[in-house]
Design a binder for this molecule. Sequence first.
Ligand code: A2P
Length: 337
Amino acid sequence: MTKTGSLAYLLESFLPLTIIMKYLTFRNGDRLPALGLGTWKSGTGEVYEAVRTAIRNGYRHIDCAAIYGNEAEIGEALQDAMTEDGAERSDLFITSKLWNDSHRRDEVEPALHKTLSDLQLDYLDLYLIHWPVAIKKTAGFPRKADDYIPPSEAPIEDTWRGMEECRELGLTRHVGVSNFGINRLNQLIRSCEIVPEMEQVELHPYLRQKQLLSFCREHDMLLTAYSPLGSSDRSAAMKRENEPNLLSDEVINTIARETGYSPAQVILAWSIIRGTAVIPKSVNKDRQQENLAAADLALSESQMDRLNALNRDYRFIDGSLWEADGAPYDREYIFGA
Ligand code: A2P
């Protein structure tokens, strides 16, 4: 690791309004607001207002993806925030993700153009490969082996080359991946020109991702935590029986009482203090503000230790979606270390 590598994890703070905004720093010095707005599960009809309100209230980092099906509405909100609320494009940090049905090298740039057109932007700040899983365009969500493209026919290194080309063309400032375990990251690192600049994975006190976070630090990659609150608004089909509930966890609630903050704020503060970005989803103005204000919360070492001890390597999004009978992918391939 280079000295500048460790600098990427230095958090900087300043006071824009009443909230403390914290940042992570990329290798080239660009900055990413540590707390962003997630938009997975924010439906059409509600996401416009959610993004508009978030930007009005101080959010500058919005996390999107083509598969969320709401980028056109988010694009309207971004456009109106810039023309009516005076938000500057250069102050916004917009992420999107390449869907699994566009993994061939020559499909990456067209997929990014579609996202840019939907979001009404000239460039993204960050473009991620959403999953290390390739599926056929007609597949929708794959149900049988034939819906997939095996890694031998759509090598992830080729997909990555397409991502690098997009950065070279200036269509995105940064490139990275999502849902890649250490094995898949190493596969890219062995052959890439640009080491992924960001890894986005599920991360919360039940899945603290200690090994992956260390790996990212060694390779000067930033890490973003998705589903930080446990994504309890997932569809029933994506849930298991008797899932744990992070927000009602006893230890988290005790620390919330000790600090006078909410359980959600305790979780988000823990994540930011560990040096990761975090993207809680909310379509509710009050909860958005509550989440943004979590950056103000300083947790003691013993509170951090108690939160770290909650780890049980529990995934709410466990990758089983990609394990149709005979599929050439499985959880070990995706998340394996
Ligand atoms: P809502 O959108 O109505 O605010 P995740 O970010 O892990 O995907 O979790 C999103 C879920 O958590 C949504 O159901 C969201 O509801 C809810 N949520 C977001 N912020 C908070 C908060 N501060 N307290 C409680 N629930 C929250």
